[in-house]
Design a protein around this ligand. Structure first.
Ligand code: ADP
Ligand code: MG
Length: 328
């Protein structure tokens, strides 16, 4: 007899993560999960859906779908300074494909276990096309969350990692898939900056994760914090891997400023925090680069200005991804 919904849940998802992780009273198997709220903490929740053909090319492996789903969700929690702890999985499948489920559940389990997150429930349905929605819940000490709206006049603007690698990785993957190419790996297997987000709680005034394109995402900080943000474009670190694959400087910058899927953190912090941020960068073996400045002048429009190495204003069309407008 072919496998049904309940067997599927039982086989692939009911014991995916170890039982009795932080706060789980009831996990997969009952009508709903029950969680103990950690003492002195607040819940932080986020959901992200990945649809075949929209968020990932049809050809990618189930392992890649799982990893990208985990990264997209956890990255939002990282940007809030939260620790991800529990998640719910909504799976829409066009067919019962055991090989796909095997690969997907294995990678999902590995990624969740790595970050000590429990899968506590979900929903499984048949649909015309494949989609995966993961609801990630985490916690943060009362009032300690990071937001987009906290940037202060005079703050420096920092970004982690190497912007643009994932964007270039997607382009290259579509042209010629090569699982050994670093930039493609960065697109296929993104890693959320959970530890950095948590460490920034006491350092950053505002934070966002870079997922749709750097300029578009930083602009959210400017709008939410009602400030101007000036980015010194020449300070943005273009990785050696990118430079080895592309010589045209303008193309490299376009990837860094407008490419999506980086899942790095962009944050603002007072200038007094610079030494702390340098130590954090070496402790995490992760580049954290100072690339801009926050100013607050209520007379001016809230938004982003890009400057070149001579301090001249650069016109960069902001082209991050937006659904419905179809802009990319
Ligand atoms: P109900 O009909 O009461 O909504 P379901 O039959 O949909 O319950 O689900 C049974 C149990 O399996 C629930 O605990 C639910 O959270 C869990 N579950 C269903 N699908 C998934 C999934 N894809 N991943 C993890 N848990 C799931
Ligand atoms: Mg029920």
């Amino acid at each position: 007899m072919s496998m049904g919904e309940f067997d599927l849940i039982q086989r692939y998802f009911s014991t995916l993560t170890p039982p009795a992780k932080t706060g789980v009273v009831i996990g997969v198997g009952d009508d709903a999960a029950v969680i103990d709220v950690p003492h002195g903490e607040q819940f932080v929740m986020s959901v992200d859906s990945l649809h075949e053909g929209v968020h990932f090319p049809k050809a990618v492996s189930p392992e890649v779908v799982a990893q990208r789903s985990v990264a997209a969700n956890m990255s939002d929690l990282a940007a809030m300074g939260a620790m991800p702890r529990w998640c719910l999985l909504n799976l829409a499948l066009p067919e019962m494909n055991e090989a796909w489920l095997e690969g997907f559940s294995k990678q999902l389990g590995n990624a969740l276990k790595y970050f000590e997150v429990s899968l506590v429930g979900g929903d499984t349905v048949k649909a015309d096309s494949l989609s995966v929605a993961l609801t990630m819940t985490g916690s943060v000490p009362n009032g300690a969350m990071l937001t987009r709206s906290g940037a202060q006049d005079g703050d420096d603007v920092y970004v982690s990692g190497f912007l643009g690698e994932a964007g270039m990785g997607l382009r290259n993957y579509l042209q010629a898939p090569d699982p050994n190419q670093r930039v493609q790996q960065r697109f296929l297997y993104p890693v959320p900056r959970i530890v950095l987000g948590r460490m920034l709680r006491d350092i950053a005034n505002a934070c966002i994760d870079v997922s749709d394109g750097f300029l578009q995402d930083v602009e959210h900080i400017a709008k939410a914090s009602q400030c101007q943000i000036t980015i010194e474009v020449n300070k943005i670190h273009i990785s050696n891997a990118m430079q080895a694959l592309e010589k045209d400087k303008q193309t490299l910058l376009e990837f860094a400023l407008n490419g999506g899927d980086d899942y790095e953190l962009c944050f603002t912090a007072p200038s007094t925090a610079e030494e702390k941020i340098k130590s954090l960068s070496s402790a995490l073996s992760l580049p954290i680069t100072k690339i801009g400045k926050v100013t607050k002048n209520p007379e001016q429009v809230f938004g982003i200005t890009c400057l070149d190495e001579h301090g001249e204003m650069l016109a960069f069309a902001k082209k991050g991804y937006q659904h419905f407008t179809g802009s990319e």
